[in-house]
Design a protein. Sequence first.
Length: 198
Amino acid sequence: MSRSERDPDNSSKPRARLPRARLPGDLTPEDLIARMIRVDHAGEYGARRIYEGQLAVLGKHHPQAAEIRHMYEQEKRHLETFEELLSERRVRPTALQPLWHLAGFALGAATAMMGERAAMACTVAVEEVIDEHYARQSAALDASEAPLRETIDEFRAEELEHRDIALQQGAEEAPGYELLTGGIKAGSRLAIWLSERV
Ligand SMILES: [Fe+2]
Ligand SMILES: [Fe+2]
């Protein structure tokens, strides 16, 4: 049997590596932007809920309440911006929003119950993950999405400010700081992964 009879269409021949065409199931640029807006909206929603949980436990007369309220107000503005972007771009919010509603508040309340330094450690952990996340998104956006990129860069700067406030407020002195922030970071990364997809 000749080679061409065994393999009539030459399918076993190694193929040249060409730039990969988009396959069914690959994300279009529009899908990628929708994913970004969906996950950022989810994250800002979760952030607002974390601070609501912390304020509910610590109370408005707590010495750290003013700092937390300042961060909360900024998260509220971030959330409102992504709410507008969702409706402008006709992007559906994540189906997991009811989960982030509960989980965000629970995380804020639980860390505040552990003490104000643990509450601040929670902010450090979350903001460090968000910083990486926003940096990655900003780098992936080209000039055609300059306004979105500027929004993300501006919010990223405020998230870093939150991290710095939390460090100044003694986050690193929280008991079990490494374990606590490691766990919160892992949970935040999982929440990002899920909110991009679901
Ligand atoms: Fe934020
Ligand atoms: Fe933040």
